[in-house]
Write a new protein. Structure first.
Length: 373
């Protein structure tokens, strides 16, 4: 049973071994996986779950490790006469059920008479081993309720994990995340990437909500996620102002370049927090927004004609290329030309940098999604 400890006597009664236990004993050395499966199938032994082959093998490995730890603790091998009158000696075992990735496993944990044995492989009071906590967190992140997670673990793994235990696991992570979210930041960041990603979040019911993400490039050239913020509705400059103000309050005194998606009002929000910061519109967002005003069949041609604009060596050259683009497409898609003209002030800083720097600040998409995945 889960979350219980039952103390047994030093000489437990002899019980009939389950088929999985007998099968595990017949494999004292490493055998081929094929032989394991063939013998399990022949004896009608399941692979996972209570009494399964993997559970029995896990039990034997863990108990062997615990016996090794006890030998090191008391200083003598089992049944060695050297243990007599040594000041401390073995004192039988106690049963303990732990939850593992393959289901519940009942262990015979050795005891010592002095009560000073502190096992490392399966520490005292620990009831979950391996990736069980990670499994709970993963299911919670996918939107399952605590009751659904408990029922899932019971059905698939035969593991009885209470809703209260699941709550403790998730609460621990929430506390850790709060510490991370409020940690002090560097004083200066050469580049910040800001963007919002829509994800499905269960809060009573499943709904799409924006997650605001800020990724910084440090003065050492390393990237770091500065924080994640859940919004209530669509992406807005007002919420971004709140996020950037929080980042400043965590110690960021200056940002050289901030790359964003060109959201209306965001540049003003940035400059109200850091007055000297250069705001750069994400080129990929500009292209994507351009395609919204055009027929899909024209996308390849539009992309080809816009490339000379954002790859131009100077602002003057970019203006000439934009004029060429307007001469060809303004009659059919005037909104695209107006889009680039309105975004020009946040687009041109990009042209003042060498190709190596342009490659870094070209877009928020790949960098945000890579670190938020």
């Amino acid at each position: 049973m889960t979350d219980t400890i039952e103390v047994t006597t030093a000489a437990p009664a002899v019980m009939e071994r389950a088929p999985a236990a007998a099968l595990a004993r017949r494999l004292p050395t490493a055998e081929l996986a094929v032989e394991l499966m063939e013998r399990a199938q022949a004896d009608g032994v399941s692979l996972v779950g209570p009494g399964g082959l993997l559970a029995e093998l896990t039990k034997r490995v863990l108990e062997a490790g615990l016996e090794g730890e006890m030998t090191e603790h008391v200083g003598y091998e089992p049944y060695d006469p050297a243990g007599h009158h040594s000041g401390n000696s073995r004192n039988g075992t106690r049963t303990k059920t732990v939850i593992t990735d393959i289901g519940p496993v009942e262990l015979d944990v050795p005891r010592d008479r002095a009560g000073t044995f502190e096992p490392v492989i399966v520490p005292k009071r620990q009831r979950r081993l391996g990736g069980v906590d990670q499994m709970v967190l993963s299911l919670s992140a996918k939107g399952l309720t605590h009751g659904e997670i408990s029922a899932h673990l019971a059905e698939i793994y035969g593991a009885k994990v209470s809703k209260e235990t699941i709550s403790r696991i998730t609460d621990t992570v929430v506390e850790t995340m709060a510490e991370w979210q409020n940690r002090p930041l560097d004083r200066v960041y050469p580049v910040l990437f800001v963007d919002a990603i829509n994800v499905k979040i269960r809060d009573g019911q499943v709904a799409n909500r924006p997650i605001y993400v800020v990724v910084g490039v440090t003065v050492d050239g390393e990237r770091d996620i500065l924080g994640l913020w859940a919004g209530d509705c669509g992406e807005g400059a007002k919420f971004w102002h709140h996020v950037l103000t929080e980042i400043r309050n965590r110690g960021v005194a200056d940002v050289c370049i901030l790359v964003c998606d060109g959201l209306t009002g965001l540049a003003d929000a940035v400059n109200s927090v850091w007055t000297q910061t250069i705001v750069q519109t994400c080129i990929v967002h500009l292209l994507r927004n351009s395609f919204r005003y055009a027929s899909r069949r024209d996308w390849p041609a539009i992309a080809k004609d816009l490339k000379p604009v954002y790859t131009a060596p100077t602002e003057a050259a970019a203006l000439e290329r934009l004029a060429d683009f307007a001469g060809r497409w303004e009659g059919r898609y005037p909104a695209i030309v107006k889009l680039w003209e309105n975004a020009w002030a946040e687009f041109v800083p990009f042209l003042n940098f060498d190709p190596e720097v342009r490659a870094v600040i070209y877009t928020t998409d790949e960098r945000i999604k890579r670190f938020a995945a």
